[in-house]
Design a protein around this ligand. Structure first.
Ligand SMILES: Nc1nc2c(c(=O)[nH]1)N[C@H]1C(S)=C(S)[C@@H](COP(=O)(O)O)O[C@H]1N2
Ligand SMILES: [Mo]
Length: 250
């Protein structure tokens, strides 16, 4: 039968079908081009065009809800890298006087705690190996030690401040800074870290104190903490300002 065999379609039908296909393709192309211009010309919010920023914000709202006290997998210490990969030097290039260094905890206007590393080492230490992940695409099992952020909060009676939504961390020279939601900060594996492979951190890994927060990508693990703040508004965040998402959770 003629209709069941496409090879036998008459010329008129072929022409009509071809025209419809071409038209559909052109409409599709026009839609793509229009969408591209729309995104490109949208005002930027924190480094990302508004439509893209909206998607990022929706994503992080969703992932924020799924985060709970679930633990990130840990590994036997023997599996941790002996030669730990180093990445990111913002805020750690300036000279550091280790005797002068203090962790500055801003409790309120004109009310700041200045803590020495020894004061932090008096608290119970925990250590674990986990798979450290960088958004650049690499990951490595590494072994870290320090004090649980939640223990630090209790020890220094900062519970009222821990009711705020965010913690801001800044390097002493203010070159690198991150903002982190309180839920992630209070996670039992989030530590103020002073050891890697059971030795004091080297300078390029954040000596004397850095953050290790396994529920987040590497960007949030700020090295060489200078100042800590608490707020209900999002603290400034270095990579967020460059267009990345704020939450960067795993
Ligand atoms: N002060 C500071 N901390 C930083 C960075 C940085 O540039 N400066 N880079 C971040 C990024 S992107 C990663 S992946 C990790 C890398 O930590 P590592 O050097 O211990 O591997 O540090 C994070 N902390
Ligand atoms: Mo990273």
């Amino acid at each position: 039968m003629k209709e069941n065999n496409p090879e036998l379609l008459d010329n008129g039908t072929i022409r009509r079908k071809t025209l419809v296909s071409i038209l559909c393709f052109c409409l599709f192309l026009a839609a793509v081009v229009l969408a591209w211009f729309w995104i490109k010309n949208s005002p930027k919010t924190s480094g990302a065009a508004q439509p893209l920023r909206t998607v990022l914000d929706k994503n992080e709202a969703l992932f924020g809800k799924t985060l709970d006290k679930q633990l990130t997998p840990v590994y036997p210490k023997e599996e941790a890298a002996k030669k730990v990969r180093v990445n990111g030097y913002y805020g750690i290039k300036s000279p550091l006087d280790s005797n002068e260094w203090r962790l500055k905890v801003v409790k309120g206007p004109g009310d700041t705690l200045f803590l020495t590393i020894d004061q932090l080492k008096e608290l119970p230490k925990i250590d674990f190996a986990f798979n450290f992940k960088c958004i650049e695409g690499w990951s490595q099992i590494s072994h870290w030690g320090g004090v649980r952020f939640s223990d630090f909060i209790k020890h220094f009676h900062l519970e009222e401040l821990a009711k705020r939504e965010y913690v801001g961390l800044v390097t002493p020279d203010k070159e690198y800074y991150v903002g982190i939601d309180m839920k992630s900060m209070m996670h039992p594996q989030t530590i103020l870290c002073y050891e890697v492979n059971e030795k004091p951190l080297p300078l390029n890994q954040g000596f004397p104190l850095r953050l290790i927060i396994p529920v987040k990508y590497g960007v949030k693990h700020l090295k060489r903490i200078g100042t800590m703040t608490f707020s209900d508004q999002r603290p400034p965040d270095y990579w967020y300002e460059k267009g990345y998402d704020y939450f960067t959770g795993l």
